[in-house]
Design a protein around this ligand. Structure first.
Ligand code: PLZ
Length: 450
């Protein structure tokens, strides 16, 4: 096996990278295979990978591998590089900051960029009430802290999460996550005082929003009691669970019940936030104002950063020194976030997300294939749920086969869903129409052939 092509040089990433699908080897090519062999010997099997490549550059709508293959990116590293990989503004901001200082620990020597990110989140998240923001490193850490903050404020122990919900892989967030395999199985025991309620899943529960809310609220009142409940935690559009858009009226009814009962309503916008669904936050599209919002992923153009933003009186209930962490709000990640947020606004990327949503929805809805049970989502967060047309049962093998075939043809596309039967589209908002169309063509050809 010849793995050396002396002329193969690593391209620079960012939007100037050639915007094309280009397969020069099969996937994985020899250089990628070399890395995957090293990975198998050095990294535990528990840390999987979906796309068998060695990534060396990315930008616009493509990811380039070590063999010179250029893959169309319909996944954004799971909704992270929404602004585009190696966005020039982000690259410049990171370079400038890292040369200035890389870390002081915000709890030791505060710096301006953390405060500026907090101000931005306070301004951009739903509602015009007085807000505060604390910064962390990952979505799971943000969710953990939102629960801590809600418990401290209410003095109550219980937390409600929902069927199909995903909130992370730490101990508390595993407890909050619904799906056992692969996230939880064998990793318990899990944190106590977490209660799971039915969510609104119109394609499968056939309930209206108010009906689904009434069902959940009745169970909460019977099984927990509002007096014991600190917080209700939900993704406005459930991500890992299958891009499930709740029926109209579901979220507002839950928010109203929380308000009436002194329960903190936490919107987990880690996946749905930051222009992804066509507005700054998905909550806006359901007309709700959460008490607390958790953010991560799309916040900083690929750097690890997360936030909890919420009502000042709730956020300020924790004693001085009660919240923090060594790296939370790292200055390089904060500089990246400020640049990313500017880019969303100046390039009107929420509008681009809506355009992408229209393209995806129109193309997918036009496919005459009874194995597509439903096309759903908002903006650049669109999915197709695959079923067995005879029974309506979930068809996870089909979703897996389609994704695998598309990846082999140079299109990065991800699956999701409690039943693993959903193909999800999360392209970077920097992708062009042509690449997006070509990526869709290939996914749909893979479906036709499956
Ligand atoms: N909340 C709504 O979507 C992360 C998980 C990928 P972290 N989703 C991708 C995987 O298999 O680990 C996520 C999310 C929502 C919280 C999280 C957790 O965010 O940054 O992965 O901790």
């Amino acid at each position: 096996m010849s793995t050396t092509d002396a002329t193969l040089t690593t391209p620079t990433g960012g939007p100037s990278l050639a915007q094309e699908r280009r397969l020069v080897t099969s996937i994985p090519g020899p250089r990628s295979q070399e890395l995957l062999d090293r990975k198998a010997a050095a990294v535990p099997a528990g840390v999987g990978h979906t796309v068998p490549i060695s990534a060396v550059a990315a930008g616009g709508g493509v990811v380039v591998d070590a063999d010179g293959n250029s893959l169309i990116d319909l996944g954004s590293g799971i909704a992270v590089t929404t602004v585009g990989n190696a966005h020039p503004r982000v690259v410049a901001a990171v370079q400038e900051q890292i040369a200035q200082f890389s870390h002081t620990c915000f709890m030791i020597s505060p710096y301006e960029s953390y405060v500026a990110v907090a101000e931005k989140l306070n301004e951009l998240t739903p509602g015009d009430h007085d807000k505060r923001t604390a910064l962390f490193n990952s979505g799971a850490e943000a969710v953990e802290n939102a629960v801590k903050i809600a418990r401290k404020f209410t003095g109550r122990p219980a937390v409600v999460a929902f069927d199909h919900g995903y909130h992370g892989r730490t101990n508390l967030t595993m407890a909050l996550t619904a799906k056992s395999m692969p996230y939880k199985s064998g990793f318990g025991p899990f944190a106590p005082e977490v209660y799971r309620m039915p969510a609104s899943y119109p394609f499968r529960d056939h309930l209206t929003g108010p009906e689904a809310a009434a069902k959940a609220i009745s169970l909460i009142e019977k099984q927990i009691g509002a007096d014991n409940l600190a917080a209700v935690l939900i993704e406005p559009i459930q991500g890992e669970g299958g891009f499930i858009v709740p029926a109209d009226g579901f979220l507002p009814a839950i928010v109203d019940w929380c308000k009436a009962n002194g329960v903190v309503f936490i919107a987990d916008e880690v996946q749905s936030g930051f222009a992804r669904t066509g507005s700054w936050f998905a909550s806006e599209q359901f007309g709700i104002v959460p008490d607390l919002v958790t953010t991560a992923k799309g916040i900083a153009g690929g750097l690890p950063l997360a936030g909890v933003t919420g009502r000042a009186e709730i956020m300020d209930a924790s004693h001085a020194g009660g919240l923090g962490g060594t790296y939370g709000g790292n200055p390089v990640a904060c500089a990246a976030a400020l640049a990313t947020i500017e880019a969303y606004a100046e390039e009107d990327l929420a509008a681009r997300a809506r355009e992408i949503g229209e393209i995806l929805t129109a193309r997918l809805s036009a496919v005459d294939d009874p194995r597509i049970g439903e096309v759903r989502g908002r903006g650049a967060m669109i999915a197709a749920e695959f079923i067995d047309p005879a029974t309506g049962a979930p068809a996870p093998e089909l979703a897996g086969a389609v994704a695998k075939a598309a990846i082999a043809e140079g299109v990065i596309v991800l699956t999701c869903g409690t039943y693993g039967n959903v193909i999800r589209f999360l392209p970077p908002l920097s992708i062009g129409d042509e690449l997006l169309g070509e990526g869709l063509d290939i996914v749909l050809a893979a479906l036709a052939a499956a």
